[in-house]
Structure formats: structure tokens, C-alpha cells
Design a binder for this molecule. Structure first.
Ligand code: 5AD
Length: 350
């Protein structure tokens, strides 16, 4: 098992230039030796921007009255999955704002089982926020295998500064525990370079994710949203990008056998954000399959990419990008987390 100390992480987080390149190269070597150099694809489908939460950093927070709310129908979601499956993708992520109504999870469980019937080979990751254990169970039984719930920060005091009082750090942890017990591949992650965050917080985040024993990680740099209460704080995009990439490399070092995504926020900070993420040790990318006309309404942060590109061109470009980063694009492989397969004692050669 790889072990890296908090002090080493803190020091490595600020690396730039040649030393940073070495850190990233070593993370890629570790990735290639451990989970292979396969690049996995997940079609990202944003199913609704309605959210009951009021996170201080987020563009779809409930207090933002400027957003035009949408909720895709079951047929619309299925259409997005069809488009991804037609391009040979074998994994999708359904993501939405958080809802408390008792019907929401039931409705989504209906959608999940519908998708599973139509596309048995497609693995589904859900990212619907904090739900009850029963709701998670229902969604799992309907056919979802993976769940992504970011902890956002592992420091409860820091969490309090980014979230309204009614949100609970402990409940979020409980949710992750429930998801794990039910049998999901669990994913979590943090926002990097978020307001009030220190390098020590980020080092603790890495150790926290390792201790949580996650199977997959989606984490990305914080980017201000103009309608959020934190938008007025000073912001350094270059630092955000550099820390975002170093966090990927350091998490890969700490947890060599998990899946790590090169997230969309990297792309907002750099034209080649996705490639930089892969070159820092990520092994998953999540091309957008949300309906083009709805993308502008799912603005978590300013300048989130919304441009629509013909799906075949998009996938071809990403395949080429993967190859240019020394990876083997593996569209048809659902890309289960090796960490998960090991912990489930599966024989991963099958
Ligand atoms: N910058 C970057 N990421 C954000 N998210 C929400 N708001 C922002 C922002 N301003 C991320 C959170 C959440 C995910 C859906 O989007 O980490 O979990």
C-alpha cells in the first residue's frame, strides 16, 4: 500500500514547473501500472437543476431566482442515454440538484430500471445528493451501481463556512456510509481552492478520502458564480488550476487503484483542462450528453462549458485526446473501479 504523509502532501501541493511535471508523471506511471492506461468514458446527463439546498458557492442554489428551472422527463433522459449508447459508451452519470419530496427517488428509480432494461450493459452512476437510506436502496435495486456524493471539504468547520446552517456534515457522512453498506461503488470528492480553504485542509481531504476508502473520485477547482454570496472574494484561476491538477496526482499517489475523473471545471480554467487532468493521473472523462438547450441552465459556476458539438465529433476528439495523453480509450468498457472489485473480492480478470 502506498503511504504518503500529510507533510509530504502539503509540500507537493504547491509544486510548479519541472517538479510539478515529475509529480504528474509519477502519478501517471502509478496509474498505468495499477489500473492500466485505459481511459474510461461516462456520458454526463444533467437531469434537473431544481435544488433545495443553498450552498454558498453554487450557481443552482435555491436562492438564485434568476435560473430557469427544468426537469427532464423520463423519455428525455432515455433519449440522452440512447445517444451515449449509440456512441458505444457503456457508462452514464445522472446528476441533478437535491430534492426532498418522497416521490423524487421513486420517479428516478422508475427511470433507472427503464434504462437498465433498454441498455443492460450500461452502468449507471447517480449523483442526486443526500437521500434517505431507503431511497438509496430503491435506486440500487432499480439498477444503479455507483453513487457520487462529494463531501466538498473534509473539515467540518470549513464545511460550515460554505453551507447554510440547515445542511449537516454528519448527515453527508452518514449518506456515504449508507451507500457503501448498500453495495454501491462509492465516489466522493472535494472542491479545490474553495474560499477559506488552506493547503492543510486539502492534505486532510486526501487522507480523508483514503480513510473513507472511496472507489472513485470527482473533484475539481472551485470557480465563482456571479449570483452566489462568495463571488466577491478574490480568486486566482491559475492557482486553482495548478492545485486542481496536483490534487489529482496526489490522490492517485495515495489511492492508486481508484477511478479519478478529469472534471469539467478544469476545462473552464484551461482549454486543455481535460488533457491536463489525464496527464496528472486521472483515468475517466465525462462528456456532456445533457440536451444542448438545457446546458445553459445548469450553471454551477461562471463560464461552465455549454457549447454543443456533434456527438460523433466530440467522442472522436476525446479519443484522440486520450491517445495524445498516452492512454488507451476504452469506450465499450464500463470501467468498474479496480478498488471496488478488489474490495468485493471479484476476480477482476473476468
Ligand atoms: N465551483 C466548482 N464546483 C462547484 N460545484 C458547485 N458549485 C461549484 C463552483 N462554484 C460542484 C460541487 C457539487 C458539484 C455538483 O458541483 O462540488 O458537488
Amino acid at each position: 500500500m502506498t503511504s504518503i504523509s500529510k507533510g509530504e502532501i502539503i509540500e507537493a501541493l504547491s509544486l510548479e514547473g519541472e517538479e510539478q511535471e515529475t509529480l504528474h508523471d509519477e502519478a501517471c506511471n502509478l496509474r498505468d501500472e495499477t489500473v492500466s492506461n485505459n481511459l474510461y468514458f461516462r456520458g454526463l446527463i444533467e437531469t434537473s437543476n431544481i435544488c433545495v439546498n443553498d450552498c454558498l458557492y453554487c450557481g443552482i442554489r435555491t436562492s438564485n431566482k434568476k435560473i430557469k428551472h427544468f426537469e427532464l422527463t423520463s423519455e428525455e433522459i432515455m433519449h440522452c442515454v440512447d445517444l451515449a449508447a449509440e456512441r458505444s459508451l457503456s457508462a452514464v452519470v445522472l446528476q441533478s440538484g437535491e430534492r426532498r419530496g418522497p416521490r423524487y427517488a421513486d420517479d428516478m428509480a422508475g427511470v433507472v430500471s427503464h434504462i437498465k432494461k433498454a441498455h443492460p450493459a450500461v452502468s449507471m452512476t447517480l449523483s442526486f445528493g443526500e437521500l434517505s437510506r431507503d431511497q438509496y436502496q430503491k435506486l440500487y435495486e432499480a439498477g444503479a451501481e455507483r453513487y457520487l456524493l462529494r463531501i466538498e471539504t473534509s473539515d467540518e468547520k470549513h464545511y460550515r463556512r460554505l453551507h447554510p446552517e440547515e445542511m449537516s456534515f454528519k448527515n453527508r457522512l452518514q449518506c456515504l456510509e449508507n451507500l457503501r453498506e448498500i453495495g454501491y461503488q462509492i465516489g466522493s470528492g472535494v472542491m479545490i481552492n474553495s474560499p477559506f480553504q488552506t493547503l492543510e485542509n486539502l492534505a486532510d481531504d486526501i487522507l480523508f478520502l483514503k480513510n473513507l476508502d472511496i472507489d472513485m473520485c470527482g473533484m475539481g477547482p472551485y470557480i465563482p458564480h456571479e449570483e452566489s454570496p462568495l463571488a466577491h472574494l478574490p480568486y486566482a484561476p491559475d492557482k486553482a488550476l495548478s492545485l486542481g491538477l496536483n490534487m489529482i496526482a496526489l490522490l492517485r499517489t495515495a489511492m492508486p487503484d481508484i477511478n479519478i475523473a478529469a472534471t469539467t471545471a478544469l476545462e473552464t480554467l484551461s482549454l486543455h483542462g481535460k488533457e491536463l487532468g489525464l496527464l496528472a493521473g486521472a483515468n475517466v472523462i465525462m462528456p456532456q450528453f445533457s440536451p444542448p438547450e438545457k446546458r445553459g441552465d445548469y450553471m454551477l459556476y461562471d463560464n461552465k462549458p455549454v457549447a454543443f458539438e456533434n456527438y460523433d465529433d466530440l467522442i472522436n476528439k476525446l479519443v484522440e485526446a486520450g491517445i495524445s495523453c498516452g492512454m488507451t480509450p476504452s469506450l465499450k468498457d464500463p470501467g468498474h473501479s479496480l478498488h471496488f472489485l478488489k474490495r468485493k473480492n471479484y476476480d477482476n480478470t473476468h
